[in-house]
Design a protein around this ligand. Structure first.
Ligand SMILES: *[C@@H]1O[C@H](CO)[C@@H](O)[C@H](O)[C@H]1NC(C)=O
Length: 325
């Protein structure tokens, strides 16, 4: 009798576990022949999300309505010509939005487009306006991460490499390229400034909620650096943590002082063990969530928390994933 009851309860808890797992993870397939929802942004309405995909498009997802077009990097981005494999092959014609973030005061969406440079999409959507594709006379070549300082509206963004273009990302990593940079764009002065050079796969950046520093990841070196914006150390940088393997995008978690980092373990045959790593403002790891069961061994590019849910993006996969925390 006891064993019968325990078998029943075991079965029950097992099916509950399956059920709760299914309920806590949702897949959002990217429409058309587009792919790679690499990064996310949220607006002040608190509904839905924005994500940039292959072929130069930015979609807005509205609950009950699904994905709708929001923005285009180039005139071609809108066309079917930029769908699928062609859109990926002709990245420099279609665009490829990487890091995205809103200036919540103006409603503008800033975009680090990998091949085409820093852009801004007007409030409400439409075609992007190019702000810059070079600094100090040198082409960005391969932009990646982006954040907007929530206290000043200054835009921080990174180039993964100044020698390899986005199509050669694997070569950049294999050769341990260290020509990545951290930039800032001040919209009030309309000037792009180089803040850091010699970075090794600077994939992502995030400003702290109080605007005192910006973190920048070094994917190839498994390191995160901190660049001080304010205070006595302003203008200097230091190692922040080596505790996160192959960090990609970094996202601040509201005003908690903590950040989510997308992480993989990069091997000669490709990335494995994609996970979401939560760190605090001292660089200490607070939590690690493996997403391998949901994404396999793909390059998870961003984990971004919004209203109790974790949005998970990938560089080339067919869907975005949302995990209830
Ligand atoms: C803008 O607001 C959204 C939604 O509250 C938030 O997720 C995002 O981090 C804000 N952007 C900036 C740059 O602070």
């Amino acid at each position: 009798m006891t064993s019968f009851v325990s078998v029943i309860s075991l079965l029950l808890s097992f099916s509950l576990a399956i059920f709760s797992d299914a309920a806590s993870f949702q897949k959002f397939p990217v429409p058309g022949k587009r792919s790679g929802p690499e990064a996310f942004a949220f607006d002040s309405t608190g509904k839905g999300f924005y994500t940039g995909v292959s072929g130069g498009k930015i979609f807005k997802y509205l609950p009950g309505k699904g994905f709708v077009d929001f923005g285009y990097i180039t005139v071609s981005s809108k066309s079917q010509w930029c769908d699928g494999a062609l859109g990926i092959a002709y990245m420099s014609k279609c665009g490829r939005p990487a890091g995205i973030a809103f200036n919540n005061k103006t409603g503008e969406l800033y975009v680090a487009d990998a091949p085409l440079g820093l852009h801004v999409i007007p409030s409400g959507g439409g075609y992007a306006k190019k702000i810059a594709d070079r600094a100090d006379g040198k082409s960005f070549l391969f932009l990646d991460g982006l954040d907007v300082d929530p206290t000043t509206g200054v835009v921080y963004f990174t180039s993964f490499s100044s020698k390899f273009s986005p199509g050669d990302v694997l070569k950049a990593v294999a050769s341990k390229d260290a020509s990545g940079k951290l930039f800032k764009y001040d919209p009030s002065k309309r000037v792009v400034t180089v803040l850091l050079e010699g970075l090794s796969g600077s994939a992502g950046c995030a400003v702290s909620s109080d605007g005192s520093f910006v973190l920048v990841s070094q994917f190839t070196k498994s390191n995160i650096k901190r660049y001080w914006i304010k205070g006595s150390k302003a203008g200097t940088s230091e190692d922040f943590t080596n505790a996160v393997s192959n960090p990609d995008n970094i996202k601040r978690i509201g005003s908690s002082g903590n950040f989510w980092v997308a992480s993989v373990v990069n091997t000669a045959t490709g990335p494995t063990n994609p996970s979401a790593v939560k760190i605090n403002s001292d660089g200490r790891v607070l939590q690690t969530i493996s997403v391998k069961d949901k994404f396999g061994d793909t390059l998870v590019s961003e984990v971004n928390e919004f209203e109790g849910r974790l949005y998970v993006g990938t560089l080339s996969g067919p869907f975005a994933g949302i995990i209830d925390l």
